[in-house]
Design a binder for this molecule. Structure first.
Ligand code: PEP
Ligand code: MN
Length: 340
């Protein structure tokens, strides 16, 4: 349970309230919440109900939350959060398309991707210059050179730049170039990185860990939010299953559940969720009507020659085809997707 204190509560009232709670055996800790302090109840042996707690002076609301999502929970923010970045919004009813290659490989590849993303009505050009690769012998990304190429391509096409940050050391350099910082699945519980991102004034796209529960996912977001950065976008990117025939398994029900649990925008990444390009468009269409706030897709002008994740990359023309489908589909769930 979370007790939201009246924003105008006086010191004496707070002390009286805390003494009353202590008298009923209610153990709690005080935390700064999004709109003033909250008390997170850790033990409630006398079974006080939210209604009983709300009748106490100084209590604005008592939320029957089973978890500690002081910042991430929908209970704390009944309205969905809208994240504004460079004239683009996430979570505001406009369906957001973010696409680009897995890794930045060179100027020609980024130009081809940016042209396609802009033509498809996308707003964000993705691409990693610091890549989390399973093998240390695989292409690791172009580093600073990649960030420069990426920035140039995004700017030429009026797109925002989203790039992955792998660790705290890279953060200043990636933040110097990128508009949105991506935290990959393998780093969802890199707590020092999450804490550092809490102190940054740029939106963060946080991807669900390979085997993370929704609760762990939201607690990872909570690290960033409680650090002072309220601009967190979640991304469902498939979870590991027992079946090796697909890279991951797309957990679309999770979009619905997450939208109930949290006010944060939720994107879906059908590229990593399937690992196979022919499955990406069908799953992208399914995600569009699941109530997701947008899509994150991998596209490449030459998937066979891609330095990473080629098998799941769609072609530029596929992306443009998808944009026509999105315009038709997203109104079904009360979203809009603008014409390119
Ligand atoms: C990526 O977006 O290229 C990536 C590495 O994704 P994930 O962290 O979801 O595996
Ligand atoms: Mn990838």
């Amino acid at each position: 349970m979370i007790i939201v204190l009246d924003p105008g509560i006086r010191q004496a009232e707070r002390e009286a309230l805390e003494a009353h709670l202590a008298g009923r055996g209610v153990a709690h800790r005080r935390e700064p919440g999004p709109r003033g302090d909250v008390l997170v109840v850790t033990a409630n042996p006398s079974g006080l109900t939210p209604e009983q707690l709300e009748s106490l002076p100084g209590v604005a609301r008592a939320l029957p939350s089973a978890t500690e999502f002081v910042h991430a929970s929908r209970e704390m923010h009944p309205a969905g959060s809208v994240i504004h970045v460079g004239g683009v919004t996430a979570g505001g009813g406009e369906f957001l398309l973010a696409a680009g290659p897995c890794a930045v490989e060179g100027p020609g590849q980024m130009e081809a991707c940016a042209t396609a993303v802009a033509a498809a009505g996308g707003k964000i050009l993705r691409g990693g210059s610091f890549k989390p690769r399973t093998s240390p012998y695989s292409f690791q990304g172009l580093g600073r050179e990649g960030l420069e190429i990426h920035r140039g391509a995004a700017d030429r096409h009026g797109l925002l730049m989203m790039s992955e940050v792998l660790d705290r050391e890279d953060l200043p350099m990636v933040a110097e170039f990128a508009d949105i910082l991506q935290v990959g699945s393998r780093n969802m519980q890199n707590f020092p990185l999450l804490k550092a991102l809490g102190g940054i004034r740029k939106p963060v796209l946080l991807k669900r860990g390979l085997a993370a529960t929704r609760e762990e996912f939201l607690l990872a977001a909570e690290y960033i939010l409680s650090g002072g950065n309220s601009d967190v976008i979640l991304c469902e990117r498939g979870i590991r299953s027992f079946d090796p025939s697909l890279r991951n398994s797309l957990d679309l029900a999770s979009v619905v559940l997450l939208k109930e649990m949290t006010h944060l925008p939720v994107l879906v990444d059908p590229s990593h969720a399937t690992g196979q390009s022919r499955l990406v468009l069908p799953m992208a269409r399914a995600a569009a009507v699941s109530g997701a706030d947008g899509l994150l897709l991998e596209v490449h002008p030459d998937p066979a020659g891609a330095l990473s994740d080629g098998p799941q990359a769609i072609l530029p023309e596929d992306l443009i085809r998808l944009s026509a489908d999105l315009r038709a589909l997203v109104p079904v769930v009360g979203r809009t997707f603008g014409a390119p």
